[in-house]
Write a protein that binds this ligand. Structure first.
Ligand code: UDP
Ligand code: MN
Length: 269
């Protein structure tokens, strides 16, 4: 069994839909490694069963919340305090090395080579490239590191109220210390923002390995017509339509049926 794992997090049944599509995208990529998901007590039993179908490990963790309303308001994302829960990934000491992926990411090509990188490797954030984006990062599970980061969080908080601000403060020399820890952008292409540089997007589009639906508009929030099998992408996002469509295709082909069966099962059957 592989000592390496892909790890994600979900705190509710909605983000779990993202986690399910992500798992199928990883399987399609032909990864040789394990799949693990952290779930909080607020994820339903029915959803955990669906997650168990595709994840090797479904690990319950408690919610860690930054409770930093002021900075989260600056981000206009009050819901992101709970992303501190991500820190539990460092407790998965049964694995030698892991890659954390947000539940709103989608793997388009095999990325097993990421496990050759060291902690903490990540791609630049498009809005402030001297910070890394914490939607995709390589790390080494260690209880010691978990304790150090949580102590750091209690002492210093997070400059943005979410996990990204905290992890960038903790791994503060990321932008200058070691270029090998800078993952190429193709490992974390933020689906909407990258379109600002459309010619580059056109040029490198076929090289994208991991797509990230960062921001408020998650694919599962976009209305989808199950008859015509098309997503009603809002006008501001028409440039990202086929990526949203790709997420929905994976959902229809792999996830929708199993959810349907779960819902129609008689209680206790
Ligand atoms: N997350 C979650 N529940 C929430 C918010 C976030 O489970 O209510 C997890 C999920 O894995 C998500 C990650 O934390 O992908 C980071 O949040 P999000 O992707 O919404 O942040 P963004 O990438 O948009 O900054
Ligand atoms: Mn995300």
């Amino acid at each position: 069994m592989s000592k390496f794992a892909w790890v994600t997090l979900t705190t509710n049944d909605t983000y779990s839909l993202g986690a399910l599509v992500l798992a199928h995208s990883l399987k399609r990529s032909g990864t040789a490694h394990q799949l693990a998901v952290l779930v909080t007590p607020t994820v339903s039993d029915a959803m955990r069963d669906r997650l168990k179908d595709v994840y090797n490990l479904v690990q319950e963790v408690n919610v860690l919340d930054s409770q930093d309303a002021a900075n989260l308001a600056l981000l206009a994302r009050p819901e992101l305090g709970v992303t501190f829960t991500k820190l539990h990934c460092w407790r998965l000491e049964q694995y030698e090395k892991c890659v954390f992926l947000d539940a709103d990411t989608l793997v388009l090509k095999n990325c097993d080579e990421l496990f050759e990188r060291e902690e903490l490797s990540a791609a630049p954030d498009v809005s402030w490239p001297d910070c890394f984006n914490s939607g995709v990062f390589v790390f080494k599970p260690s209880l010691d590191t978990f304790n150090k980061i949580t102590e750091f969080a209690i002492k210093h908080g997070s400059f943005d109220g979410g996990d990204q601000g905290l992890l960038n403060q903790y791994f503060a020399d990321w932008s200058t210390a070691d270029i090998k820890k800078h993952l190429p952008f193709v490992y974390n292409v933020t689906a909407y923002a990258s379109y600002c540089y459309l010619p580059a997007f056109k040029q490198f589009r076929d090289k994208i390995k991991i797509l990230h639906f960062a921001g408020k508009l998650k694919p599962w929030l976009i209305p989808f017509n199950s008859q015509t099998k098309t997503a009603s992408t809002p006008h501001d996002y028409t440039h990202a339509h086929d990526l949203i469509q790709h997420w929905w295709t994976l959902f229809c082909d792999n996830v929708h049926n199993v959810l349907d069966n779960a819902m129609h099962k008689a209680p206790g059957s």
